[in-house]
Design a protein around this ligand. Sequence first.
Ligand SMILES: O=C(O)CCC(=O)C(=O)O
Ligand SMILES: [Fe+2]
Ligand SMILES: [Zn+2]
Length: 621
Amino acid sequence: MEDLPLLYLDLKLKTKRKLRKYQHLLTKETDAVVTIESENLMICNAGLVSGNQREELVQFFSSFGAIEEVSMSPGKSYSFIKFKRTHDAIKAFKEVNGQKGLPSMDSCLYLLFVNKVPPLSVYEDVLPPGLLLLENFINEHEEEMLLNCVIWSSVDSDQEKCLKHRQVKHFGYEFRYSDNNVNKDAPLMESIPQECGFLFERLSKSRPELSLWMPDQLTVNKYEPGQGIPPHIDTHSAFNDPILSLSLNASIVMEWRNSERQHFSVLLPRRSLLIMSSESRYAWTHGITPRKTDILKNHEGNLTVCAREVRVSFTFRQLRREGPCMCQWPKFCDSQTPKTETQVDRLTEDCASKLEKIYVHQVYNEIASHFSDTRHKPWPNVLSFVMSLKPGDILLDVGCGNGKYFGHNKYIVEIGCDRSSNLMEVCTTRGFQVFQCDCLVLPLRSCTVNACISIAVIHHLSTQERRKAAINEIIRVLKPGGKALIYVWAKNQNKEEMSSYLKQDRKNRRKSAETSVNHTKFISLDESNYPKTAPDDQIRSFGVTLPVHSNRTNFQHNNLLVPWILKHGDSKNVEEAPTFLRFYHVFEEDELVQLCISIENCSVERSFYDQGNWCVILVKS
Ligand SMILES: O=C(O)CCC(=O)C(=O)O
Ligand SMILES: [Fe+2]
Ligand SMILES: [Zn+2]
């Protein structure tokens, strides 16, 4: 940022500090810049958002000379004044800066010279994608009739709540603000008033694609001036697409925001119908800022401040009954994201072990031969750990798979274990010393091995407790001073250069991995997706839904199912190849270290990122 011009030198330190902050705001939010002196002033801390009125600014600043223009933008706490003569602007600048000025304000005023008055950001005519506004959807009689359908009682009832922000009444089903959902099994006594029927007949004429759409839930919101509704996305799993909102009795400005920080202020005129669908319904928040005025364009196209009046809105929705939401915006979708993630961690021991049995052990057993064919090249950092061991050291590989780290260091004793008997067979054929066991219960005496490796194993355990228990078990069997090397899959596959996992996809090799998108499919572990291996009753008891990962893309979730497409030696036909799903918990940065720190007799000697994995070297104390 450029420093302030010389003229500002005379000002107090505190004022200069404040002005530098406002200079930053100016360059961030507008295309104007600070100048030495000009006829234009930025009034840094008086604007519509801070509750200042145009008239008040005009009155105050006119005392310095004739004003040509006052510009106030909605949503801003600053404004701009253009004097007719630079001389008068300088006068105002010198007298007002850092001083108490406006009668309505307790705090000091701050001014900056700017090269121009930046253009106003007014309500754009563009709307978020998928949002549609039908103006004059109803006439005044219909408006009155609809307003009369709702009888507001003065006492709080269950269906009619006076929320902090506004008064609400539900028809058809109650929308619970506590968990932002509806109880689909408990319809209300009062269904949507019959008087609303004409709206949907009319809608189907102008919007044929909605001719079959019928709401079964209605929320009536009543906003007194000063009240609003916090920004939100109507819960995906609760309602279908679209959602309609009819504005009655008064106009209001609704704010729309997306995750790319785009922001639209949309004026909802009285008697208009707003149709929120697709992206606007699923990926943009909407809300009404609690305030007593809105800034509207008048007939001449100028902005004016309008006092809000009581607005009543009818929000019509249709309950989602055909299973979870399958929208394209999983990031905002409660059907697709957070619930499943946390649910896995809350599984009981019994369920967690069943989940692993079906989605890890049985899968590896079935794919053992194909899996082993794809696992030849040892990772260099693991190999150098193995090679660093002293002659006579005992190395245990927990989850050794096909034994790809065995046979490199000729001077050590190597033993391996794995859950999969078929992988054990591969090892035995190769002449390695292995036994079959679960990594949670190693059949070894405590303090017996000099070193341990566990590569890409612990991420197959479904709860944090079980992952911790597995590391605990490794530490237990280590001799004091012994070391363990642990690798787990990282959620972030782009930490350094692209990991080899992502690189294997030719498309990704070309494009930046940053942009690799993932259209997630979800599988409920309740519905048997594993007819071959999983008896119904086992799957049913999980009660979790997990996202299915698109291979060779970045991870979008921590708990997920990763497909393994089984190709037999003879068949090249991918279509016929059965797909198996493996459970993974992919780790956040530092998660593995934190887990290890919480374990007794164990210190973290080194932690690093290697080929898409978070890795630690642990030492037993
Ligand atoms: O008042 C409105 O127009 C919108 C209300 C709303 O967004 C809601 O109830 O979810
Ligand atoms: Fe809403
Ligand atoms: Zn959704």
